[in-house]
Design a protein around this ligand. Structure first.
Ligand SMILES: O=C(O)C[C@@H](Cc1ccccc1)[C@H](O)SCc1ccccc1
Ligand SMILES: [Zn+2]
Length: 169
Protein backbone atom coordinates (compact mmCIF):
# COMPACT_ATOMS: atom_id res chain seq x y z
CA UNK A 1 0.00 0.00 0.00
CA UNK A 2 2.57 2.59 1.13
CA UNK A 3 6.25 2.58 0.10
CA UNK A 4 8.74 2.21 2.96
CA UNK A 5 11.74 4.55 2.71
CA UNK A 6 15.13 2.84 3.10
CA UNK A 7 18.35 4.03 4.75
CA UNK A 8 20.27 6.18 3.84
CA UNK A 9 17.25 8.12 2.38
CA UNK A 10 17.54 11.63 3.90
CA UNK A 11 13.75 11.87 4.29
CA UNK A 12 14.06 9.33 7.15
CA UNK A 13 15.85 12.10 9.06
CA UNK A 14 12.79 14.41 9.06
CA UNK A 15 11.32 15.45 12.46
CA UNK A 16 7.63 14.50 12.51
CA UNK A 17 5.13 17.23 13.48
CA UNK A 18 2.40 16.71 16.11
CA UNK A 19 -1.04 15.77 14.75
CA UNK A 20 -3.36 18.73 15.37
CA UNK A 21 -6.72 17.15 14.50
CA UNK A 22 -7.46 13.39 14.60
CA UNK A 23 -9.86 13.25 11.64
CA UNK A 24 -10.79 10.76 8.91
CA UNK A 25 -7.67 11.65 6.93
CA UNK A 26 -5.51 10.60 9.91
CA UNK A 27 -7.57 7.43 10.36
CA UNK A 28 -7.01 6.54 6.70
CA UNK A 29 -3.26 7.03 7.15
CA UNK A 30 -3.41 4.74 10.22
CA UNK A 31 -5.25 2.02 8.28
CA UNK A 32 -2.79 2.28 5.37
CA UNK A 33 0.15 2.08 7.82
CA UNK A 34 -1.31 -1.03 9.51
CA UNK A 35 -1.85 -2.72 6.14
CA UNK A 36 1.72 -1.85 5.10
CA UNK A 37 3.13 -3.10 8.42
CA UNK A 38 1.31 -6.46 8.30
CA UNK A 39 2.34 -6.95 4.67
CA UNK A 40 6.05 -6.18 5.28
CA UNK A 41 5.76 -8.08 7.76
CA UNK A 42 6.69 -6.07 10.77
CA UNK A 43 5.58 -5.48 14.36
CA UNK A 44 5.86 -1.70 14.22
CA UNK A 45 5.80 1.19 11.76
CA UNK A 46 6.28 4.95 12.16
CA UNK A 47 4.71 7.43 9.72
CA UNK A 48 8.21 8.80 8.93
CA UNK A 49 9.06 5.47 7.30
CA UNK A 50 6.28 5.94 4.74
CA UNK A 51 7.26 9.57 4.12
CA UNK A 52 4.41 11.02 6.20
CA UNK A 53 5.96 13.44 8.67
CA UNK A 54 3.34 13.42 11.41
CA UNK A 55 3.64 11.83 14.85
CA UNK A 56 1.81 8.55 14.19
CA UNK A 57 3.01 5.06 15.21
CA UNK A 58 1.31 1.65 14.76
CA UNK A 59 2.43 -1.51 16.59
CA UNK A 60 1.14 -5.08 16.76
CA UNK A 61 3.25 -7.59 18.71
CA UNK A 62 0.41 -10.13 19.04
CA UNK A 63 0.81 -13.71 17.79
CA UNK A 64 -2.33 -13.58 15.65
CA UNK A 65 -1.65 -10.11 14.23
CA UNK A 66 -5.01 -8.89 15.46
CA UNK A 67 -4.16 -6.50 18.29
CA UNK A 68 -3.13 -3.24 16.58
CA UNK A 69 -1.96 -0.40 18.84
CA UNK A 70 -2.09 3.19 17.59
CA UNK A 71 -0.06 6.00 19.18
CA UNK A 72 -0.66 9.58 18.03
CA UNK A 73 1.67 12.30 19.44
CA UNK A 74 3.33 9.69 21.71
CA UNK A 75 5.47 10.68 24.71
CA UNK A 76 7.62 8.14 26.54
CA UNK A 77 8.82 8.56 30.13
CA UNK A 78 11.26 6.27 31.95
CA UNK A 79 9.72 4.18 34.73
CA UNK A 80 12.75 2.02 35.45
CA UNK A 81 16.12 2.96 34.03
CA UNK A 82 17.38 -0.62 33.74
CA UNK A 83 19.04 -1.09 30.34
CA UNK A 84 17.85 -3.92 28.10
CA UNK A 85 19.77 -5.13 25.04
CA UNK A 86 17.90 -6.74 22.16
CA UNK A 87 18.75 -7.60 18.56
CA UNK A 88 16.81 -5.09 16.48
CA UNK A 89 15.80 -4.98 12.85
CA UNK A 90 14.14 -2.19 10.89
CA UNK A 91 11.88 -2.19 7.87
CA UNK A 92 13.89 0.81 6.65
CA UNK A 93 17.21 -1.07 7.00
CA UNK A 94 16.23 -4.41 5.42
CA UNK A 95 18.42 -7.45 6.08
CA UNK A 96 20.48 -6.08 8.98
CA UNK A 97 20.08 -7.02 12.66
CA UNK A 98 22.23 -5.59 15.45
CA UNK A 99 22.11 -5.38 19.26
CA UNK A 100 20.70 -2.13 20.65
CA UNK A 101 20.39 -1.23 24.34
CA UNK A 102 17.26 0.61 25.46
CA UNK A 103 15.28 1.34 28.65
CA UNK A 104 13.46 -1.75 29.99
CA UNK A 105 10.28 -0.21 31.45
CA UNK A 106 8.55 2.90 30.12
CA UNK A 107 5.27 4.83 30.35
CA UNK A 108 3.67 5.91 27.08
CA UNK A 109 1.22 8.84 26.87
CA UNK A 110 -0.53 9.23 23.52
CA UNK A 111 -3.81 9.90 21.72
CA UNK A 112 -5.78 7.07 20.10
CA UNK A 113 -7.48 6.91 16.69
CA UNK A 114 -10.66 8.47 18.16
CA UNK A 115 -8.59 11.40 19.43
CA UNK A 116 -8.81 10.27 23.07
CA UNK A 117 -5.73 10.66 25.32
CA UNK A 118 -4.52 7.48 27.04
CA UNK A 119 -1.45 6.13 28.80
CA UNK A 120 0.05 2.67 29.25
CA UNK A 121 3.13 1.01 30.71
CA UNK A 122 5.38 -1.17 28.59
CA UNK A 123 8.18 -3.67 29.22
CA UNK A 124 9.91 -6.25 27.00
CA UNK A 125 9.33 -6.22 23.25
CA UNK A 126 6.64 -3.51 23.43
CA UNK A 127 8.95 -1.17 25.35
CA UNK A 128 11.73 -1.77 22.80
CA UNK A 129 9.39 -1.31 19.86
CA UNK A 130 7.83 1.94 21.07
CA UNK A 131 11.30 3.43 21.70
CA UNK A 132 12.40 2.24 18.23
CA UNK A 133 9.32 3.87 16.64
CA UNK A 134 9.66 7.10 18.59
CA UNK A 135 13.23 7.35 17.31
CA UNK A 136 11.82 7.21 13.75
CA UNK A 137 9.55 10.19 14.52
CA UNK A 138 12.69 12.08 15.63
CA UNK A 139 14.61 11.15 12.47
CA UNK A 140 16.74 8.58 14.33
CA UNK A 141 17.50 5.02 13.14
CA UNK A 142 18.82 2.03 15.11
CA UNK A 143 22.01 2.16 13.00
CA UNK A 144 22.79 5.47 14.74
CA UNK A 145 23.59 3.45 17.89
CA UNK A 146 26.25 1.41 16.03
CA UNK A 147 29.90 2.30 15.42
CA UNK A 148 30.54 4.59 12.41
CA UNK A 149 32.37 1.65 10.80
CA UNK A 150 29.36 -0.68 11.09
CA UNK A 151 26.91 2.06 10.07
CA UNK A 152 28.96 2.92 6.96
CA UNK A 153 29.23 -0.75 5.99
CA UNK A 154 25.42 -1.05 6.13
CA UNK A 155 25.07 2.27 4.25
CA UNK A 156 27.31 1.19 1.35
CA UNK A 157 25.67 -2.24 1.10
CA UNK A 158 22.18 -0.72 0.87
CA UNK A 159 23.33 2.02 -1.55
CA UNK A 160 24.78 -0.69 -3.80
CA UNK A 161 21.53 -2.65 -3.60
CA UNK A 162 19.47 0.45 -4.45
CA UNK A 163 21.73 1.17 -7.46
CA UNK A 164 21.34 -2.44 -8.66
CA UNK A 165 17.53 -2.20 -8.35
CA UNK A 166 17.46 1.18 -10.16
CA UNK A 167 19.41 -0.35 -13.07
CA UNK A 168 17.04 -3.30 -13.37
CA UNK A 169 13.98 -1.04 -13.24
O1 LIG B 1 10.07 0.22 12.84
C1 LIG B 1 10.32 -0.74 12.10
O2 LIG B 1 11.14 -0.67 11.18
C2 LIG B 1 9.68 -2.10 12.39
C3 LIG B 1 10.59 -2.80 13.37
C4 LIG B 1 10.02 -2.66 14.75
C5 LIG B 1 10.97 -3.27 15.75
C6 LIG B 1 12.34 -3.04 15.71
C7 LIG B 1 13.16 -3.61 16.66
C8 LIG B 1 12.64 -4.40 17.67
C9 LIG B 1 11.29 -4.62 17.70
C10 LIG B 1 10.46 -4.06 16.74
C11 LIG B 1 10.84 -4.25 13.00
O3 LIG B 1 11.62 -4.36 11.85
S1 LIG B 1 9.45 -5.22 12.63
C12 LIG B 1 10.33 -6.73 12.27
C13 LIG B 1 10.73 -7.40 13.55
C14 LIG B 1 9.85 -8.33 14.06
C15 LIG B 1 10.12 -8.94 15.28
C16 LIG B 1 11.26 -8.61 16.01
C17 LIG B 1 12.13 -7.66 15.51
C18 LIG B 1 11.87 -7.05 14.26
ZN1 LIG C 1 12.49 0.85 12.19
Amino acid sequence: KLTILEFPDARLRTEAKPVTNVDDEIRTIIDDMLETMYEAPGIGLAATQVNIHQQIVVIDISEDKNEPLVFINPKVTVLNGDPETMQEGCLSVPGFYEDVTRIAHVKIEAVDRQGKAFEMEATGLLAVCIQHELDHLNGKLFVDYLSPLKRNRIKSKLEKEHKRQAKRA
